[in-house]
Design a protein around this ligand. Structure first.
Ligand code: PEP
Ligand code: MN
Length: 357
């Protein structure tokens, strides 16, 4: 295809320009006079356009900084059948301009590019005793990050919604005792300053994955972010949400697959294990799997943690509770510290097996 007349300029400016390569497919029988206004518009925008004519199909290929034209403005022309984007719209999160895998060093814990990290802890921080006991236990078994919720997105307004700022302080106390960096979810921009100061990794939960204002605001803090896939979001939507955070200023986004909504009700969600190789093909960002929210039952967590590890995930997020039957949130999917220990051993063996194969 002859689309490369400005390719030098394009590749040297890729970090600044919104680059897209588009193909416009024209309807059969399109007259010359119908196409002319399209060329005129493209010329005014400085786009290199090249017509490709096949036996039955006529197309316009375009390259250059297409940020000045929206797809809608082209679709408005009656002779246009459809538009195909040749390049993904996520340039910061995508592999195209960042082929090597990203490795993040967060408080001394590495993740990505062969570094595997486990984030573990209770769904919600409930008390000082609870978080300190769980933090010590998961650290002993090899977890790298302590994860706990202080602000909880609950479906029912009457359910326990977390200890709020007090929960954040308790996480910091557990970090001081164990040395583990903390991962915790932000739900509202009201607490941006507190999260900027106290959290090591800011979690954006599934329900807020497309809260675009929050994504940009969290990105502007330039801190590591754990971004969970929305309940019914596609992989492209997840990557676009990562793009929002990165465009906001953060370069350290960890992607998390936590199960998606399907017709299946035997599990809380359906774990999309294939999201691991797909995300890793499309993006340089580390990918972790959360088998706790994906399955909803503690006894399914171990097999799915092993499957995720075998699939090449860069880490896991696991809910662990020292007293699951009394947990104020997500007890049924929380493993005990003993089960967590066993999972960690088996995950280690899976990692060795795939490394040596
Ligand atoms: C959580 O991690 O505790 C949580 C609420 O998860 P999700 O946003 O994936 O539902
Ligand atoms: Mn939970």
């Amino acid at each position: 295809m002859i689309l490369c007349e400005r390719s030098d300029k394009i590749s040297s400016h890729h970090d600044k320009e919104e680059l897209r390569f588009m193909i416009v497919i024209l309807k059969r029988g399109t007259q010359e006079r119908e196409v002319e206004p399209i060329y005129k518009m493209l010329e005014e925008c400085g786009i290199i356009a090249q017509e490709i004519t096949g036996e039955t199909t006529r197309m316009i290929g375009m390259a250059g900084d297409t940020s000045g034209i929206s797809e809608d403005s082209i679709l408005c022309f009656p002779c246009v059948e459809r538009i195909m984007r040749v390049q993904e719209p996520y340039k910061l999160a995508g592999r195209k301009f960042h082929p090597e895998e990203s490795v993040f060093d967060i408080g001394g814990q590495k993740i990505g590019g062969g570094h595997f990290a486990v984030m573990a802890g209770p769904c919600s921080v409930e008390s000082e005793e609870q978080i300190l006991a769980i933090a010590a236990a998961v650290k002993d078994s090899g977890a790298s990050f302590l994860r706990g919720g202080a602000f909880k997105p609950r479906t029912s307004p009457y359910a326990f919604k977390g200890l709020g700022l007090e929960g954040l302080e308790l996480l910091v106390m557990a970090k001081r005792k164990t040395g583990m960096p903390i991962v915790t979810e932000i739900m509202s921009s009201e607490y941006l300053d507190a999260f900027a100061e106290l959290a090591d990794v800011i979690q954006i939960g599934a329900r807020n994955m497309q809260n675009f204002t929050l994504l940009s605001q969290v990105g502007a803090l330039k801190k590591p972010v754990l971004l969970k896939r929305g309940l019914s979001s596609t992989i492209e939507e997840l990557l676009m949400a990562a793009e929002y955070i990165m465009a906001g200023g953060s370069s350290e986004v960890i992607l998390c697959e936590r199960g998606i909504r399907t017709f299946e009700t035997a599990t809380r969600n359906t774990l999309d294990v294939s999201a691991v190789p797909v995300l890793k093909a499309k993006s340089h960002l580390p990918v972790v799997i959360d088998p706790s929210h994906a399955t909803g039952y503690w006894y399914y967590v171990e097999p799915m943690a092993l499957a995720a590890t075998a699939a090449g995930a860069d880490g896991l997020m696991l809910e662990v509770h020292n007293n699951p039957e009394l947990a104020l949130c997500d007890g049924a999917q929380s493993v005990t510290p003993q089960v967590f220990h066993r999972i960690m051993n088996k995950v280690g063996r899976v990692r060795e097996a795939i490394a040596s194969s």
